[in-house]
Ligand binder design. Sequence first.
Ligand SMILES: [Zn+2]
Length: 300
Amino acid sequence: MRIGVDLGGTKIEALALDDSGHELQRIRVSTPRGDYDGTVDAIAKLVSDLEAATGKRGTVGVGIPGTVVESTGLVKNANSTWINDKPFQADLCQALAREVRCANDANCLAVSEATDGSVAGVPVVFAVIMGTGCGGGIAFHGRVHAGRNGIAGEWGHMPLPWANADEFPGPACYCGRYGCLETWISGTGFEKDYTRSKGEALRGKEIVAKARTGDLEAIACLDRLQDRLARGLAVIANVLDPDAIVIGGGLSNMDELYIGISERISGYAFGGSMYTPVLKARHGDSSGVRGAAWLWPATS
Ligand SMILES: [Zn+2]
């Protein structure tokens, strides 16, 4: 049995999968925000509850909104800031009396989709989470490629490529810089873009609904979102040239995002023509927690 845990800002979700990826049991609790020991304890309890419910012992993988730096064993870049600079993986190993694997949540998405999702069996996958924030992750043959510094695929905090005059320097980002991709192509960035152009605050879903009724301002906002996404993905194509790109997170459910996206990426990628499929995550909101479980692949 594999147990996956997804540590989110508001909830922690845990699920148990059997060998074929069939879901045995799923539970969730509120995240003890700001409480490091409480977060470790909550994860340990979720695992023991799943094992009590299934009567089996499992491997444990945990998706975190940050990364464990291999050389120090400490977490960095987590927006759940109370786990930053802590030996989170080691503390979980101790609490659960077994080896626990932690990985960035975008890397978990990549692993999930490359294992039994929309890009199953695809060798090199770049995964994007477009939710409240925006992140990226890489899987090679279904396994995380975290990188030397644990930041491989950290796409949300590079600058928007080929910025127009009115996009420069761009909105301030929480990381301290301006114009990061996250400030443009996350759900939050999408909503702020609409507010800037229209002077009215709407939720992402409302903007999409307006676009579908033919509202020109909303259509233009969606068009800018897709163009900025294409620019960001063109850089990924130039650097990594993955076999497939998969998108998860709240914005990934917007079908308009995928129409003509490959042509747009081709317009920016070096040499033009790009044949990389850009697909919606098959497992939707479950991709993170499933990917965490698959951090222990069948062959390990
Ligand atoms: Zn940033």
